[in-house]
Design a protein around this ligand. Structure first.
Ligand SMILES: [Zn+2]
Length: 290
């Protein structure tokens, strides 16, 4: 199956699938998105929810080709990693084969953008090499925000999170491949047509990724699921500052409504992308299949 893709001018965006998350993920992650509430939003079916009001969520990367550069946004959970969450533990997915089928070998990737440093966004940063973890994309610069790095560097992390940093983040730093971007309120361009926008709340240094002068925007985890367009006040159990996450989401969605910018969700299953329209006090996603 070819990867779903979207194009705008010379910009090509492909979704590189990793895995579907199990049905219990929605009630855990977004506890206020109850089955009753979800069932009352027919626009979410069939792609984003099932008939019983269970949310569908996936992990994937976006591979972007623009101006001769190959960029990957977020790197999923990764294969073979020891994780506390059974749905993330010791995965064995054909992610790299799918990336290859989309036309990209790991050596081709020039830039890896990490929206934030959570376990399900940094996994394919590295792959196993004997007892070691080595960068999967050896010729890439990896970039995340300095605020994100500083937050975790100062945090009192539990052992599973420390282990995640050891196997998925520190090896790219130790290989000299990690760049930290200062992200001012108006955002910062890290490559031609690739702009990081500060979207704090889920994590303090979280960034969304604007592509091609506003042609598209990748959410990271400032929007986990399209139900949060209908109800931007629905927070995730892993938001570090839920109140700020709601403010960020409302502001971001308001800035996109009616603009024609393609919104691409980092955990939205197919059709994954759409245009944001205002609907009274909230929003809706008009899907734009890849
Ligand atoms: Zn996530």
């Amino acid at each position: 199956m070819p990867a779903d893709s979207w194009t705008a001018g010379d910009l090509v965006i492909q979704r590189i699938d990793e895995t579907e998350l199990p049905p219990q993920t929605g009630p855990w992650l977004l506890p206020d998105a109850t089955p009753d509430l979800v069932s009352g939003e027919p626009s979410l079916r069939p792609g984003f929810a099932d008939d019983r009001g269970t949310l569908r969520l996936t992990t994937h990367s976006f591979a972007i080709t623009t101006g001769g550069l190959r960029v990957l946004v977020d790197t999923g959970i990764g294969n073979g990693k020891t994780r506390a969450n059974p749905a993330w533990h010791d995965l064995d997915t054909p992610y790299l084969s799918r990336l290859a089928a989309a036309g990209h070998s790991p050596e081709d990737i020039d830039l890896v953008v990490l929206t934030h440093l959570h376990t399900d966004h940094v996994g394919w940063n590295t792959r196993p090499d004997g007892a070691d973890w080595i960068p999967t994309f050896p010729n890439a610069r990896y970039v995340t925000s300095r605020a994100e790095w500083d937050h975790w560097a100062a945090a009192d992390m539990d052992e599973p999170r420390k282990a995640m940093f050891r196997d998925s983040v520190h090896p790219i730093r130790d290989a000299g491949l990690l760049d930290l971007a200062d992200v001012p309120p108006q955002g910062v361009e890290v490559a031609p047509g690739v702009r990081l926008l500060p979207t704090p709340g889920h994590t303090p240094g979280h960034v969304a990724v604007s592509l091609g002068d506003g042609a598209a925007l990748i959410t990271g985890d400032c929007v986990h699921h399209p139900v949060q367009l209908r109800r931007p006040d629905i927070t995730s159990c892993v938001d570090i500052d839920p109140r700020q996450a709601v403010e960020t989401r409302r502001r971001l969605l308001a800035s996109l409504a009616g603009t024609g910018t393609l919104l691409l969700g980092s955990h939205f299953p197919a059709p994954t992308g759409g245009l944001v329209e205002r609907d009274g006090e909230t929003f809706r996603l008009v899907p734009a299949a890849g």
